[in-house]
Every structure is written in structure tokens, then in C-alpha cells.
Ligand binder design. Structure first.
Ligand SMILES: Nc1ncnc2c1ncn2[C@@H]1O[C@H](COP(=O)(O)OP(=O)(O)OP(=O)(O)O)[C@@H](O)[C@H]1O
Ligand SMILES: [Mg+2]
Ligand SMILES: [Zn+2]
Length: 412
């Protein structure tokens, strides 16, 4: 039997800046600095979990010490050659280099560890250009630890480089932080993540059903590592046909798009019976009502967008498959802008009420009742929704792309 396979996020850990996705605001200026030889002695990489800090710290170390394919490079590069001894040692799965010291401050953040580091920094590099210290999880360095490092970071020997990586830059001693060039990493935008996952599935030769990757992106919440872990799990449970939507939905606990279609269609038609039948299906199939309302709210938001931007919706909702978008266009038109916006407000309020509620099903049913009854809402939104409905019945075309018609234009 084959042993456990290495996790996707480890097999695909980028080895050069060009492969790091969604962080161009960081990698572009860093590469520029490397190309032009304007390197600093200390860097601080901050940002949310799993978006490339440790990976980039290692890449930076690789760039700093690359000797070039013929071993004659005079200075750092923005693209590690991949073949010199340093590059090979620092590659994925490589043994690591004597001149690049990675310290996990979560377990080695004490004052003794800092003193030891200080000691090691006094020695010249064993072979390469720099002695690079990657201090990972730098917020875990103790205050005494930071103080022990202070002098070294303030006046480092020519050959010493620091890269601090942390999710909490505020916990890095200010006097140290101000000696660094600070590069804040961000969550990776859905679009970039989606494209990345697509190329990865292709490389893995795994067929993935329509609509699956957007779910993965959503579940990953902008963290590349989390997204890859979710994808890994889906791939692990896939049969020869690949990863299909039904399985992904039930594993990740999201509401099936068809349930959302059904409830929105029923709302648009004012068909209470169908709305409550969907509620039944949600509960019977073991869905969490709260999750359902969350997903419904997200759908309503998408519909608001579709309604507001019209033809441009394709560009905004890139992760939505074509046939789904067509259905959503129809839904947005039949509900109308005012009703959509009111429904989103009502769903949002219900979601807040559902926190810790003992009977989430009851709250879901009450929500549906309110959604079905714009009349119950005497405010401007309720009126707008009723007007929308009347106009639809009379076949009056919408007045503007967003259906805004309550406020008359001020006289010029
Ligand atoms: N920007 C990115 N581009 C491509 N892959 C990435 C990116 N960010 C993270 N990954 C993937 O996720 C894995 C973990 O990334 P990394 O260790 O760099 O995260 P981190 O920012 O240091 O997170 P943490 O705060 O949890 O330490 C990498 O091995 C890689 O596969
Ligand atoms: Mg890290
Ligand atoms: Zn090299």
C-alpha cells in the first residue's frame, strides 16, 4: 500500500517569487530591490495565515544567496537559478543550507535562543554571500528575546540578514520593527485563487465538476494553504470521475445552489407553499438553518449586484458558472431592486437573531414569512418593493439599471 501522499500545499510551495500568487504588491517591489541591489538588512513579512509569508522568507533567502548557474553571480538575484548548491539545498524537499537559519519563535523565542542566535551571527557565512536568519512566528519572540536581538538588528555585521515573518506585526518590538522594511501580505483575492486552483487541478490531472472550485475558494477564505487543504480533502475523497459538486457541497456543508434557486424563485413568485417546502428540505437533509440563511444572504447579495450592474455582472461575479448567472439574471429581474435590497436586510437581521437561538428552524420560518410579505414592512424599502411588484404585474419596464425610482431627481 502506498504511504500517505504529501499535502498539496507542501508539494506546491512556490520556490521563486514568480510563483507566489496574489501578493504582487509585495513581490514586485521586493524583486525590484533585489535586481537593483538595494537590499536591506532586515525584513518584516506580516499578514494573515497561509498566504505566503514563510514561503516568501525562504524565497528571499534563496535569492540573496544564489550563486548563479556558473557560480559567478556577484550579488543577489530576483530569480533563484535553481541549480547552484545554495538553490538546490534550499529547494522544496532540500536539506536546507548552513547559511540560512530558520528559527521557529513559537518554540524558540526565549532569551537564550536569542543569545544563541546572536552568537551564530558573529561567524561569517560558511559558503554563501549572507548568513540569513528567518525568524518565523516572530510575534512569539519574548520581550527579553527581542532586547537581546536589538543590538544585532540595529547594527548588523555586513553578512547578516534578517527576515521576520508574523501574523501580528504589532507584537514585534517597535525598535526592531522600525529597522525593518515592512511588507504586508494580504489575503489572496478569489479570482487569483480560483485560477491557481484550476492550474493545480490540471497539473494533478484531477477532473473537477462545475462550481466546485468556487466553493473551495469560499471555504478557504483567502488563505492559500486553507484552500489547498480543502481541495486536498475533496481530491482524496473523489472517485475516478473526479471531484463532483454534490459531494463537495455535502462535505463542506454549503447549501446546494438548486435549493437557493428554488427558494428565490418561490419568493419571486410569492409562492409561500414552495418556500416552506424548501425550508423542509433544508432541515430534513440535515443542513444547518443558519448556514442556509448565510448562503441565502450571499445569494441575495449576488442578485443585488447582478441587478445593479446589469451586463457587467459577468466581470464582478467571475466565479459563478454561466448557466447559474443566467438563472440569477432572471431572478434579479423578477424580484426587482427594492425587493432584493429589502430581502437582504431582512435576511441579515435574521442571521444576527439566529446566533445562539434555541430553535433556528423557527427563525428560518419567520424569516421566510417576512420575505414573503413586503406589505408587513411599512418603511420606504417595503413600499419600494410593493411598487416593484405592482409595476411588474402591469408590465412597466424598470426606470433605471438599479430600478431607483423613489427619489425624484433634484431640479437643476
Ligand atoms: N501567495 C501564495 N502563492 C502560492 N502558494 C501559497 C501562497 N501562500 C501560501 N501558499 C501555499 O500555502 C502554503 C503555506 O504558506 P506559508 O507557509 O508561506 O504561509 P504563511 O503566510 O507563513 O502562514 P502562517 O501565518 O500560518 O505561518 C505554502 O506551502 C504554499 O503551498
Ligand atoms: Mg508561516
Ligand atoms: Zn542559485
Amino acid at each position: 500500500m502506498a504511504g500517505p501522499t504529501l499535502a498539496l500545499y507542501r508539494r506546491y510551495r512556490p520556490e521563486s517569487f514568480a510563483d507566489v500568487i496574489g501578493q504582487e504588491h509585495v513581490t514586485d517591489p521586493l524583486r525590484q530591490a533585489l535586481r537593483t541591489g538595494r537590499v536591506n538588512h532586515a525584513y518584516l513579512f506580516s499578514g494573515p495565515r497561509g498566504c505566503g509569508k514563510t514561503t516568501s522568507a525562504r524565497i528571499l533567502a534563496r535569492c540573496l544567496n544564489c550563486a548563479g548557474p556558473d557560480g559567478t553571480a556577484q550579488g543577489p538575484t530576483d530569480t533563484p537559478c535553481g541549480v547552484c548548491p545554495s538553490c538546490v539545498e534550499l529547494a522544496r524537499g532540500g536539506p536546507g543550507s548552513l547559511d540560512v537559519v530558520e528559527i521557529d519563535a513559537a518554540s524558540h523565542g526565549g532569551v537564550d535562543d536569542a543569545r544563541e542566535l546572536r552568537e551564530r551571527a558573529t561567524f561569517a557565512p560558511a559558503r554563501d554571500r549572507y548568513k540569513v536568519f528567518v525568524v518565523d512566528e516572530a510575534h512569539m519572540v519574548s520581550p527579553q528575546g527581542f532586547n537581546a536581538l536589538l543590538k544585532l538588528v540595529e547594527e548588523p555585521p555586513e553578512h547578516v540578514m534578517f527576515v521576520f515573518a508574523t501574523t501580528e506585526p504589532d507584537k514585534v518590538l517597535g525598535t526592531i520593527r522600525s529597522r525593518t522594511h515592512h511588507y504586508p501580505f494580504h489575503l489572496v483575492p478569489p479570482e487569483a485563487l480560483l485560477r491557481y486552483l484550476e492550474t493545480l487541478c490540471e497539473a494533478e490531472g484531477v477532473p473537477v465538476g462545475k462550481g466546485v472550485l468556487p466553493l473551495v475558494v469560499r471555504a478557504g477564505g483567502g488563505s492559500v494553504r486553507d484552500s489547498l487543504s480543502v481541495l486536498d480533502q475533496l481530491i482524496a475523497g473523489a472517485d475516478d470521475g473526479g471531484v463532483d459538486y454534490e459531494r463537495a457541497i455535502s462535505l463542506l456543508g454549503y447549501t446546494h445552489a438548486s435549493l437557493l434557486d428554488d427558494v428565490v424563485d418561490a419568493l419571486a413568485a410569492g409562492d409561500g407553499g414552495s418556500v416552506f417546502r424548501v425550508v423542509d428540505r433544508v432541515v430534513e437533509s440535515g443542513h444547518d438553518p443558519r448556514r442556509f440563511v448565510e448562503d441565502l444572504l450571499e445569494r441575495l447579495r449576488d442578485l443585488v449586484v447582478v441587478r445593479a450592474v446589469g451586463e457587467g455582472a459577468r466581470a464582478v461575479l467571475r466565479a459563478v458558472p454561466d448557466d447559474q448567472l443566467t438563472r440569477m439574471r432572471r431572478q434579479a429581474d423578477s424580484l426587482g431592486a427594492a425587493e432584493l435590497s429589502r430581502a437582504a436586510d431582512v435576511a441579515n437581521a435574521a442571521l444576527t437573531e439566529m446566533v445562539g437561538a434555541t430553535s433556528p428552524r423557527l427563525h428560518l420560518e419567520l424569516l421566510c414569512a417576512r420575505l414573503l410579505l413586503p406589505v408587513a414592512d411599512a418603511g420606504e424599502r417595503g413600499l419600494g418593493a410593493r411598487l416593484d411588484r405592482l409595476e411588474r404585474r402591469l408590465g412597466v419596464p424598470a426606470t433605471g439599471p438599479a430600478g431607483v425610482r423613489l427619489a425624484p431627481a433634484p431640479a437643476a
